[in-house]
Design a protein. Structure first.
Length: 291
């Protein structure tokens, strides 16, 4: 079977299985959608993957959690010359895992004055192919309690161990959905949430628990997280009275902000990054938080 026929089959299956009321995705639908969106993708770095941080930073590997009796290692980046404890950001990887692209994102946040913890939901494994990535993602979806514990402990590490006065969360793709889930798990603790083309939630009662502002970025050409999915999500956020700002980009598909992927759109990614930094600065930095 050709790749195009396989893709068409996957997307056709999604349409047939779509839930008509809330457009909520089952785990099976979600895995099929992500497989389709990344079918020809490989996480190969480009020169845009490693921009120089805006200020000197330091980074190290840390054990930030214990899940199912095993230590969890993450990547911690922070400003080299921080005055006092900087605000923290939980950085959640795409479906590829905690690779160098995500470490670079943590470095960039450190360069902007944050202590950034890039978490690992894959037990130290990193995917190099879509087939490997979907298996790793399925492992998380089969044990969401472990992932939830992982992310709760990530927050505790930044807040209690690193003494971050405020903590935000961000994720891309698979991590974008978990960024939202982290906010839902910790609605009183997380101070700002950013999700890039992540799996949405349309349960108004669940979303009404969110007390922090939320910003979401999506591509209008995304056939995995579709415009219909985004509009339903946006409507639910509005009904739940969440302080939310959703951006949809024409001509952009899934993973438009990943410089190591085939769907990278530099201009769109730059605009989203600029908005992300302004959003976190407003709600996480002491002089601006709550402004």
């Amino acid at each position: 079977m050709s790749a195009n026929k396989f893709l068409s089959g996957l997307l056709g299956f999604l349409v047939l299985c779509a839930a008509p009321a809330l457009m909520a995705m089952s785990d099976q639908q979600y895995m099929l959608a992500m497989s389709a969106m990344h079918m020809h993708d490989v996480p190969v770095a480009s020169p845009a993957t490693y921009p120089k941080p805006a200020q000197p930073i330091e980074h190290r590997e840390v054990v930030y959690a214990t899940v199912n009796g095993q230590p969890v290692y993450g990547y911690l980046a922070e400003p080299l010359h921080a005055h006092g404890a900087p605000p923290g950001i939980i950085v959640i990887h795409e479906w590829w895992g905690l690779n160098d692209n995500i470490r670079s994102m943590a470095d960039q946040f450190a360069g902007e004055g944050y202590i950034a913890l890039a978490v690992d939901l894959y037990h130290g494994q990193v995917a190099a192919t879509p087939e490997a990535a979907v298996k790793l993602m399925k492992g998380v979806l089969d044990d969401t309690a472990a992932a939830s514990s992982n992310l709760r402990q990530a927050y505790a590490y930044l807040h209690n161990t690193e003494h971050a006065p405020r903590v935000g969360v961000i994720g891309w793709c698979f991590g974008g959905g978990w960024s939202l889930q982290t906010a839902l798990m910790l609605p009183d603790q997380i101070n700002a949430t950013v999700m890039y083309y992540g799996r949405p939630v349309n349960d108004v009662a669940a979303l009404s628990k969110l007390q922090m502002p939320l910003m979401g970025f999506f591509g209008e050409e995304d056939k995995g997280i579709t415009p219909a999915d985004v509009h339903a999500f946006e409507a639910a956020l509005k009904q739940a009275h969440v302080n939310a700002e959703i951006h949809e980009y024409p001509g952009a598909g899934h993973a438009f902000a990943n410089p190591s992927g085939e769907n990278y759109r530099p201009a769109v990614a730059a605009d989203a990054w600029k908005r992300t930094l302004a959003f976190f600065a407003r709600y996480l930095k002491p002089a601006q938080a709550g402004a």
